[in-house]
Design a protein around this ligand. Structure first.
Ligand SMILES: [Zn+2]
Ligand SMILES: [Zn+2]
Length: 421
């Protein structure tokens, strides 16, 4: 019994130490060479993933959320990052307790709201305002849908001013109005008659209805609390994704201290095919047409090829690999006939977690359909024309077929005799 109590004691005393000793870079999934932007990106992604609002009742996630905030707090400021790199956790701790240059650690929810607004929560709870969603269309060539690609693009949007952390104040101090206690409104009583009062709600005259005031406006946002920035966004297009796919970046729409940012929705569109400038963009595949999982291509054959066979074609696919089409001598291809090349369509793509590899899901890639067109020569060498003509005459007399007779069409009625009057 004693021993068990002792073990518990050890575990509970040591646990916080063990957690605190976790490397900040590791918490953010980065290494020491990470740039400021990497750190911001890691924080944005991880803090959303482990936010307690998204993981109700999950204590591990909650701890993780706090750790991520702590790691970001230290690594996002160059002074504390340097101290951490040199002296580790204790160095940072000492620096903070020294307290001259070091600012205190942020509350994890405050930090979260600096990125996403809305008081640090996801805004699904009543009372949390949510900003509008934002749609953004990006056109990519078919090749990128086939091979997959990491895309990087920039979107202009409103962001919470980082310089003043959304306060609008140069020293980040916001003074709550003492007349209206931050409400922005005051109630005035008018006496209509002795003992009879009318109450009127009016905007506070001291703060002009703002509820709070700042001494010196932030020089970056001029007190507006938000700025407009071109924000780089990254997305991975997975091989086989459909056009029209909507990729949702939670809480990445326009930010404001007054609301939780809505979602940024990226819509993948297929760009009109155009001849590229590099060799790898000059594949036949560039001009494939896509319908769902399948691809379509028109291949032209000469009369001789279509009729006599004995030909081959190398079609360069979207990623440059070659699909070989061929016919032996004597194999006829009818105009407008379609050949199916199995498995050469788009790769299979499914959002893994949606339909968990169940057996009834078709995970095969699509097909490539080749439609043949036959091009007849419109000019012929006269000697050749003569030879063909005599050959045809010879065979026509021997085995000629009257197409009008054999076509199954009704025979036209004989012309009525004309009265010669
Ligand atoms: Zn006021
Ligand atoms: Zn500002």
């Amino acid at each position: 019994m004693r021993l068990i109590q002792f073990v518990f004691l050890v575990v509970f005393v040591l646990l916080p130490l063990v957690l605190a000793a976790e490397d900040y870079y590791k918490i953010l999934g980065l290494d020491k060479s990470a740039s400021e932007r990497d750190i911001k990106r890691a924080y944005r992604t991880l803090s959303k993933k482990f936010h307690p609002d998204k993981n109700p009742g999950d204590e591990t996630a909650q701890k993780k959320f706090v750790e991520i905030a702590e790691a970001y707090d230290v690594l996002s400021t160059s002074t504390t990052r340097k101290i951490y790199d040199q002296y580790g956790h204790e160095g940072v701790e000492e620096h903070r307790q020294g307290g001259t240059a070091g600012r205190p650690a942020h509350d994890p929810f405050d930090l979260f709201s600096r990125f996403f607004g809305g008081g640090g929560h996801f805004g699904h709870a009543p009372g949390h305002r949510r900003g509008p969603d934002m749609e953004f269309r990006v056109g990519i060539p078919l090749r990128d849908f086939y091979t997959g690609r990491d895309l990087r693009f920039s979107i202009e949007k409103q962001q919470i001013c980082e310089a003043c952390e959304g306060t609008g104040s140069a020293d980040r101090e916001v003074i709550t109005c003492d007349k209206c206690h931050g409400r922005g409104m005051v109630i005035q009583k008018h006496m209509l008659a002795p003992g009879m009062f009318q109450q009127i709600q009016m905007p506070c005259d001291k703060c002009r209805g703002q509820g709070k005031s700042i001494k010196k406006p932030c020089h970056v946002c001029e007190g507006h609390r938000v700025v407009r920035n071109d924000v780089e966004t990254f997305v991975t297009v997975e091989p086989g994704m459909d056009k029209g796919t909507r990729i949702v970046f939670e809480n990445e729409a326009e930010e404001s201290p007054d609301w939780v940012a809505g979602d940024l929705i990226l819509i993948l569109e297929e760009k009109e095919a155009e001849l590229g400038s590099t060799d790898e963009q000059r594949t036949d595949g560039t001009f494939f047409r896509r319908k769902g999982k399948d691809l379509f291509w028109k291949e032209a054959l000469s009369l001789r090829e279509a009729w006599m066979g004995d030909w081959s074609r190398n079609i360069t696919h979207l990623d440059g690999h070659v699909v070989r089409l061929r016919r032996n001598r004597g194999e006829v291809v009818q105009p407008l006939s379609v050949e199916t090349v199995k498995g050469e369509g788009m790769p299979h793509y499914s959002e893994g977690h949606l339909h968990d590899h169940s057996d009834d899901v078709d995970e095969e890639p699509g097909n490539l359909y080749i439609e043949y067109t036959v091009v007849l020569p419109d000019q012929m060498d006269s000697a050749m024309e003569k030879e063909f003509h005599s050959l045809w005459e010879k065979w026509r007399q021997k085995k000629g077929v009257d197409l009008a007779k054999d076509s199954g069409r009704p025979v036209p009625p004989p012309e009525p005799a004309r009265d010669e009057l």
